[in-house]
Design a protein around this ligand. Structure first.
Ligand code: FE2
Length: 376
């Protein structure tokens, strides 16, 4: 039997809208894309079309203990990469693609191995999945194994399932022109919701509708980005912390008449974080949410952060690009990657993706181990 939504661990509790006559008159606005499309839609999964309920408000997130199941994984991956499956690297350092595995059928041992594989490869695309066809409750139950579900403060969700974050763009090629009138490129590197005290770890994004060509997602391997730095700079970065802010995202939503379901927060995280399973160190800064380095003067912070963000964005030799197809599920480790959508199609085709976003541990950094300087 499908689990009830009450069984799925969620971040916090919905504050119900009071059912009084006055409240009924001022019923909170619910924006529904299906209504904007005229009540009928060409979407393959209409029940996944975004809704924004202005009556939905959430309390601040509370800390929780995260256990990373990758720690229990058998590194042979025998319960994940079973007979008949195939795994191919997308690039030598970053990203893999798997066929012949049905994620929804994995045993707990297989899920543990999934967490480890994704931590090692940073991003893995699984083809021919049944995820989008499952009842949403079941998809959430699967994702809940990897951590507490994050509820996004501003994004659209399927009605009644705020734990699902939706990415949706349809028939709006004109927006493309408007966008490029102000910017040279659609590339916008970020890691998801790093302003939270416990940002996401193993994260799932699955295709509902995708353009035939275009709308790929690019990923950058932040472990490899860290490894490329000189020992002298690595040593200097050790112990530094940076401010990550969700304030601008909330303000942007509010200014467009969108929802702000939870008051925005800022967090201070180490600039370099250690992965709890692999022990690898990764740069933990991103263009989307990292604002400044604590303890440095403005120009110093801007220069150092600017260098690190440019280093991440230009490293095509430690990036991978995933092409979407119907029934693809992409899983990445949000602790050790950044990503960007590539908004490059002008056909008006629908791009509709659903994200399940389990939160992980608060970022931490293990001691710096001196490395040999290269010989002059
Ligand atoms: Fe994202």
């Amino acid at each position: 039997m499908a689990p009830s939504i009450a069984e799925i661990p969620t971040a916090n509790v919905v504050v119900p809208v009071k059912d009084t006559p006055a409240a009924a008159e001022n019923k909170p606005k619910i924006r529904r894309v299906i209504e904007e499309e005229g009540g009928t839609t060409t979407a393959s999964y209409p029940h996944y079309l975004p809704t924004w309920n202005h009556g939905e408000k959430y309390e601040p997130l509370q800390p929780f203990d995260h256990y990373d199941h990758g720690k229990d994984a058998d590194p042979s991956f025998k319960d994940l990469l079973t007979e008949g499956s195939r795994i191919q690297k997308l690039t030598p350092s970053t990203g893999s693609e798997v066929t012949g595995v049905q994620l929804s059928k994995l045993s707990d041992a297989g899920k543990d191995q999934l967490a480890l594989l994704v931590a090692q490869r940073k991003v893995v695309a699984f083809r021919d999945q049944d995820f989008a066809d499952l009842p949403i409750e079941n998809a959430l139950k699967f994702g809940g194994y990897f951590g507490r579900h994050h509820i996004h403060p501003t994004s659209g969700s399927p009605e009644g399932f705020p734990e699902i974050h939706l990415v949706h763009r349809n028939n709006n090629a004109w927006e493309f022109d408007e966008y490029l009138a102000a910017k040279n490129s659609s590339v916008s590197w970020h890691s998801d919701v790093t302003y939270e005290k416990q940002p996401p770890g193993t994260t799932f994004l699955y295709a509902l509708d995708t353009p035939e060509v275009g709308g790929d997602t690019a990923f950058v391997n932040q472990v490899e980005a860290y490894n490329r730095l000189s020992p002298a700079l690595k040593e200097r970065l050790h112990g530094l912390k940076a401010v990550h802010s969700g304030v601008e995202q909330a303000e942007n939503s509010a200014s467009r008449g969108g929802v702000v379901r939870r008051e925005p927060v800022q967090s201070i995280h180490p600039l370099v974080r250690t992965h709890p399973v692999t022990g690898e160190k990764a740069l933990f800064v991103n263009n989307g949410f990292t604002r400044r380095i604590v303890g440095l003067k403005t120009e110093e912070s801007d220069a150092l952060l600017g260098f690190l963000l440019a280093h991440i964005s230009r490293g095509i030799d430690y990036q991978a690009r995933v092409r979407w197809a119907p029934k693809t599920v992409v899983v990445w480790d949000n602790r050790v990657t950044a990503h960007s959508a590539i908004v490059d199609w002008t056909t008006g085709e629908r791009r509709h993706l659903a994200r399940i976003t389990p939160q992980a541990e608060a970022p931490f950094e293990t001691p710096y181990v001196p490395e040999k300087e290269p010989q002059a």
